[in-house]
Design a protein around this ligand. Structure first.
Ligand SMILES: [Fe+2]
Ligand SMILES: [Fe+2]
Length: 392
């Protein structure tokens, strides 16, 4: 309240910067584990303060991950071998298997890219800005392009992370599977880029908070952090977001490509839980386990709270409503509620399977209202077909 009244008296430019700084600082300040804070701080500075994801056309990220050259050529991980075989069998060709000839009109309200109640009309009408019907349709188009742009940026990160972990892992089957994931992620980057540039003609820059997570896991030398970050957290987030978008869209090209991508991503998460389960149970100390448990919690909260389309807010509403009003509107939108459920339904059982849901951390998840998701199926119990069976 005090801050609100201080902001009201400020010139617009100063107010925008202070609101943004306060919003960003709150992300970092609530982290409790000092090791997690220290490992994320350099990425937070690059992403939130220097805004490297927005200021440059390319960014150098330095990774010191080890390359494990296997000389035993042992193949003794049958579950991972099986996953590799499924990945080889299910390769697809983005140019051939998707019908790119279909015309897409992103402003046609009869075939919305994402459902017109992405942010409900009740929430929008309570905000201090009134939009015409045409403006609402255009806002929805911008939100859909924003979300798909973040998918594209995330896929580029996944391409590099999967390349790095393919070098690092010590199972030969893991390296074989990893190479299929590298191809999958290249194809995902290809399809999102093509859809955005050929069908929507609108691309947004990378979200600062997504940049922080990608920078953090691509520069961390510890392969299991990359794995936990990419295969479990980011891919878990992506699976939730892809499923939400698929079910909220009526546009056939997007629905086709998302279905293919969801099948691939479900294998990637499966690979992540197979590789990490044994590692976390048998090869790390209790203090290392706690650090990973805390890191996963912080990333989960960051992903839940911070993907709020601020780039769309700045384009449409900055100066007309506060950042907090926008945050509340997006957080409470039907799409975000559906997305959170989709995301945590899969993520929490996977963390539990990996041994990262001790009674200590459960209390923190409970405070965030996330403990209800414990007990669901983890990725090792769900095939690609299960993940697309209930899509609408
Ligand atoms: Fe992907
Ligand atoms: Fe993936």
């Amino acid at each position: 309240m005090v801050i609100d009244s201080m902001l009201t008296g400020m010139p617009l430019f100063a107010r925008k910067r202070v609101e943004e700084a306060l919003d960003n600082i709150s992300t970092v300040l609530h982290m409790k584990n000092p090791k997690v804070f220290a490992s994320m701080a350099p990425s937070a500075i690059r992403g939130l303060v220097l805004k490297e994801g927005k200021r440059k056309s390319s960014v150098q990220m330095y990774s010191k991950h080890p390359v494990t050259f296997d000389l035993s050529y042992r193949l003794d991980f049958p579950e991972m071998k099986n996953l590799y075989q499924r990945a080889v069998d299910n390769q697809w060709n983005a140019a051939r298997d998707i019908d790119w000839s279909i015309d897409v009109d992103p402003l046609n309200p009869e075939i919305p890219i994402i459902s017109n109640d992405f942010i409900s009309h009740d929430i929008l009408s309570a905000l201090p800005v009134k939009l015409s019907n045409q403006e609402l349709i255009r806002l929805n188009y911008c939100l859909a392009s924003w979300m798909l742009s973040q998918f594209m940026h995330g896929e580029q990160g996944a391409l590099y992370a999967s390349t790095q972990v393919t070098e690092s892992v010590h199972w030969l089957e893991g390296k074989l599977f990893g190479s299929t994931q590298v191809m999958d992620e290249a194809r995902h980057l290809e399809v999102f880029h093509r859809y955005l540039t050929e069908k929507l003609n609108l691309v947004y820059q990378v979200n600062d908070n997504l940049f922080v997570i990608l920078d953090d896991l691509l520069t961390d030398a510890r392969w299991d952090f990359k794995f936990l970050g990419m295969q479990i957290m980011v891919e878990g987030l992506a699976l939730g977001a892809f499923r939400t978008m698929h079910n909220m869209s009526q546009e056939p090209v997007l629905k086709q490509l998302l279905k293919y991508v969801i099948r691939d991503e479900s294998r990637h998460v499966h690979y992540g839980v197979l590789a990490l389960r044994d590692h976390f149970k048998n090869h790390i100390s209790e203090s290392e386990r706690i650090e990973r448990e805390d890191w996963a919690f912080e990333v989960a909260i960051l992903m839940r709270n911070r993907f709020l389309a601020h780039e769309v807010y700045e384009e449409w509403f900055e100066g007309m409503m506060t950042r907090q009003q926008w945050n509340d509107a997006v957080t409470n939108s039907p799409a975000m509620q559906y997305f959170r459920k989709n995301m945590f339904d899969r993520l929490i059982p996977n963390l539990d399977y990996l041994g990262l849901m001790s009674p200590r951390i459960r209390r923190q998840y409970e405070r965030e209202g996330l403990l209800q998701y414990v007990g669901g199926k983890n990725a090792s119990q769900l095939s690609e077909n299960d993940m697309v069976a209930d899509l609408r």
